[in-house]
Design a protein around this ligand. Structure first.
Ligand code: ADP
Ligand code: MG
Ligand code: MG
Length: 889
């Protein structure tokens, strides 16, 4: 015979915490608490399987259920010493829903079930308290009436308000037993009017109606919608808990409360929560009276803590708190009731917490010995760390919402509005905090984005240029704020009926996507203390190295501060946008002769050498991967007349010729055009200049610091082995020259990006002339899917919404497709060359799910933007702990 009903409390616990699938979270934990000796009123749980049966069979219960419920109820009666429906000493119960995960939309709890016109008198006699009995009855009619019978709750509130007015009372507690008796009568009368039936008096009928209402609520629209939004399968079902009542509404020595065993917003190890004297159930959260704090330490003037008001019950609760934390080894969210100074536990579960609290609690618990360090490392969500590394808005600060966009890059920023990158730079140079507001951004805005405290765009998604660059730079960003209208010519933005002129102040919250008028107070991040401690523990278990993508000294320094173990990607073309150099870069591109190019390159050489010296110095002996020029050529071409004229002059040509040349160079599809190593192969002098800059810088720093850098020269966009062979020969030749000229030899490596499917598939051939592979998963994703990241915004969000793609493949690696290529290339490469070094340098290098995949493939390192380095360190540690990572994501 199937067991449909599981008892708990009073010495018979048939459930356990790990039975939440069958008993729901609430039922499983009630049984667990009872079994470790905590004071839990006895009760029973009707399993989630009954729910499934009920749903499938259109409201029919399994045949054995009735008998099992009767037997379980009889057991409660014995334990409590009262009888369900008894006119002298009635047993009252609560009926509570409880699914595997806590789920809004389910039926609310019904308390005091079993009361009717007769048993209410019995309760009054047995308790010796008329007022308590009638207060309980009116509560029951109200809850059962609204929750089970569907009567609008306002109808009940109207009646109470009238009663309070008649009695001249402001608080419920001031009403007398006669008042409550009258309220109960009026309630019943009103319910009969609304439903057409008398209020049900038979306790057993009340019980089954309430049980049926819980199961029925599993299929109500709110619950269905919630399940769809949170991917909760319908098959899970809900359980029903029936439990003997304990009463917090019996007088001044009774109370009810909800609390956390630690502060869920800061993590502080202090009892945190609220309670109310002489109250029942949800009174604490319903806002009927003002709840009071638990601990005296948290009591403000005029407040009365539970510690002070009920020292005995409080002491018991403090002991329970310790027991629960020790048992569950996690912060708990608990619900309790005190009846005549005796404590009863009604619920416990792992408490929800902020990112900051999760960090503090994990570290504290490890230091208290509740969990070990590995467990602490597992407890903190790496993505949540991101929030902690940026300033955040002070939750208590006043604010005025202007509009909303996508939470594209976390952190808060406040500053004056500017509408162009140049102005952002100019005003920032004067020490002003600026917010760069653009309809969308392009690579030409980089300097302004860098200068700005935060970035706001009205177009584009989570992977738009603004979003990707802002995340990389660690700048807060709100993207795609469609409700904000930007008018460049009027130098103004307007949203929600408010207009802000250039120079006006706004505040962005990149973690929520909100935009506020004026300035909102902020809290600065702390990178020492618990954060540092957890990072040390993560590093103890981590296998993969974590490097950074950086080209500026500032980024490199930031990344080092965050614990980067080298540079995994230095994009040399980013060094060419500088106003001091762009002229020479344009000259190089526009020149039609090798001589012209060599002239231009000679001007660039000292700049490049200095760039690399700076990076090598900061990285002090750590590996630095430098990618040879992979230019978005079209972005370097001169556009404006004066730019044309300037280039013409430097090349000794006329403007007309320059225009023709620019037209010749324009590409229909630059992403698949003359870029990557294709450029170095057609114009070897470019590779020569860059290689020379790298090796000369390395030699200089080796001599200067005694710590020889290990340059890793990376050839981009290789599709065949032959290409790499050619580039390798060029680089080696320059290295030999520089070593001969300087009399110093240093160690270096030559490798390639794997960013084309053909390269991945022929990785065994390519590995023969590579010392390392770095997976450029941004381009590899574009070329594998055949979609351009810059154009995907028009349809990709819909694809994700409709489930055609599980997630944005530019944010989290597509394990099935792109991942398969990474794995193939890794295996083929290592078969040819066992010591082949493998890393990843796309945006995915900072994404926890992708990092877990990298661990499973056995990569040596991940490389990500500076601000993601701590996230990656923690994610890599978790991946190592879970033993090879999750490949089924
Ligand atoms: P929710 O899932 O919304 O938290 P609960 O089933 O936990 O609903 O019930 C809400 C509140 O009702 C509890 O916090 C508790 O105060 C009160 N309650 C539930 N069962 C009992 C009971 N047997 N005795 C006294 N109070 C109860
Ligand atoms: Mg509730
Ligand atoms: Mg609850």
């Amino acid at each position: 015979m199937t067991q449909w009903v599981y008892g708990f409390g009073a010495g018979r616990n048939e459930g356990r915490a790990d039975m939440r699938n069958l008993l729901g979270g609430k039922g499983a934990n009630l049984a667990e608490m009872a079994s470790i000796g905590l004071p839990v009123p006895p009760g029973f749980t009707i399993t989630t399987e009954v729910c499934t049966h009920y749903t499938k069979n259109k409201g029919q219960y399994p045949t054995e259920l009735d008998a099992q419920v009767q037997a379980a109820l009889a057991r409660i009666e014995d334990a409590v010493g009262a009888k369900f429906g008894d006119s002298d000493n009635p047993l009252l119960v609560s009926v509570r829903s409880g699914a595997r995960v806590s789920m809004p939309g389910m039926m609310d709890t019904v308390l005091n079930l079993g009361l009717n016109d007769v048993t209410v008198e019995g309760l009054a006699k047995a308790s010796g308290d008329q007022r308590f009995a009638w207060d309980s009855y009116r509560r029951f009619i109200q809850m059962f009436g609204s929750v089970v019978l569907g009567v609008d709750h306002h109808r009940f509130e109207e009646i109470i308000d009238e009663a309070k007015m008649a009695a001249g009372a402001t608080e419920d507690t001031q009403l007398s037993s006669d008042d409550w008796r009258r309220v109960a009568d009026e309630y019943k009368h009103m319910v009969q009017q609304v439903t057409g039936n008398p209020f049900p008096q038979e306790p057993t009928a009340q019980l089954w109606a309430a049980i049926g209402a819980v199961f029925g609520s599993w299929m109500n629209q709110r619950a269905i919608t919630y399940r769809r939004l949170h991917d909760i399968p319908e098959e899970w079902g809900t359980a029903v808990n029936v439990q003997a009542m304990v009463f917090g509404n019996m007088g001044g020595d009774c109370a009810t409360g909800v609390c956390f065993t630690r502060d869920p917003s800061t993590g502080e190890n202090i009892f945190y929560g609220e309670y109310l004297i002489n109250a029942q159930g949800e009174d604490v959260v319903a806002g009927i009276r003002t709840p009071q704090p638990m601990s005296s330490l948290k009591a403000k003037p005029g407040e009365r803590s539970m510690e002070e008001a009920m020292p005995q019950a409080y002491a018991e609760l403090v002991a329970v708190r310790a027991t629960l934390e020790k048992h569950y080894a996690d912060m708990q969210d608990i619900e309790f009731t005190v009846q005549r100074n005796k404590l009863y536990m009604l619920q416990t579960r792992n408490g929800k917490r902020t990112a900051a609290a999760s960090l503090k609690i994990a570290v504290d618990m490890a230091e208290e010995g509740l969990i070990d360090r590995k467990e602490a490392v597992k407890r903190v969500n790496p993505s949540a760390l991101d929030q902690l590394l940026h300033p955040t808005l002070d939750p208590s600060a006043p604010r005025k919402l202007l509009g909303r966009g996508l939470p594209a890059s976390p952190g808060a920023a406040c500053g004056v509005v500017v509408f162009s990158a140049d102005e952002a730079e100019a005003r920032a140079a004067k020490g002003e905090a600026v917010i760069l507001v653009r309809i969308e951004t392009s690579p030409e805005d980089i300097h302004g984005m860098h200068a700005a405290r935060g970035i706001l765009t009205t177009r584009g998604g989570m992977t738009s240029h603004a979003a990707v660059v802002a995340r990389g730079m660690g700048r807060p960003c709100v993207a795609g704020a469609g409700g904000v209208v930007v008018d460049y010519s009027a130098q103004a933005l307007s949203a929600g009926g408010v207009t802000v002129q250039a120079g006006g102040t706004i505040t962005l919250d990149g973690a929520t996507g909100e935009i506020f008028a004026g300035s909102v107070a902020m809290i600065e991040p702390k990178m020492s203390g618990d954060f540092a401690t957890l990072m040390t523990w993560a590093d103890e278990v981590r296998r993969m190295k974590v490097r950074t993508n950086a080209e500026t000294p500032l980024d490199a320094e930031t990344a080092r501060k965050f614990g980067a173990e080298g540079i995994g990607l230095c994009r040399t073309e980013h060094m060419f946008f500088d106003p001091e150099r762009i002229g020479a870069v344009r000259q190089m591109i526009m020149s039609e002769t090798e001589g012209g190019r060599r002239d231009a390159l000679a001007k660039l050489l000292p700049f490049q050498r200095k760039d690399f010296e700076d990076l090598f110095r900061i990285m002090a002996g750590l590996p630095v991967t430098i990618r040879l020029l992979d230019p978005p050529l079209h972005e370097f071409l001169p556009h404006k007349d004066e730019e044309m004229a300037e280039v013409a002059e430097s090349l000794g040509a006329d403007v007309q010729t320059m225009r023709r040349r620019a037209a010749d160079l324009a590409e229909a599809n630059p992403m698949l055009g003359h870029r990557g190593c294709r450029l170095g192969i057609t114009y070897p002098e470019i590779t020569e200049m860059q290689a020379r800059a790298i090796f000369e810088a390395a030699v200089t720093i080796a001599k200067e610091t005694g710590k020889a850098p290990v340059p890793e020269v990376m050839v981009p966009l290789v599709m065949t082995r032959k290409e790499l062979e050619i580039c390798r020969a060029q680089i080696e030749k320059v290295a030999e020259q520089v070593f001969a000229e300087t009399g110093t030899t240093i160690e270096y490596m030559i490798g390639t990006m794997i960013e084309l499917p053909r390269a991945a598939i022929t990785a065994d051939k390519i590995a023969e002339c590579a010392d390392f592979f770095s997976f450029g998963t941004n381009d590899l994703t574009q070329t594998t899917f055949g979609l351009s990241r810059d154009d995907a915004g028009k349809f990709l969000p819909l694809y994700v919404e409709k489930g055609i793609l599980p997630k944005d493949p530019f944010v989290s690696i597509d394990i099935e497709g792109v991942g398969a290529l990474v794995q193939t290339a890794s295996e083929k490469g290592r078969k040819v060359k066992n010591a082949l070094k493998l890393g990843i340098c796309g945006e995915h290098g900072g994404d926890p799910a992708s990092i877990s995949f990298c661990e499973s493939v056995g990569l040596d390192y991940v490389s990500c933007s500076p601000y993601r380095v701590p996230v990656a360190r923690l994610a890599a540690a978790q991946a190592a702990l879970s033993g090879g990572g999750d490949r089924t994501a």
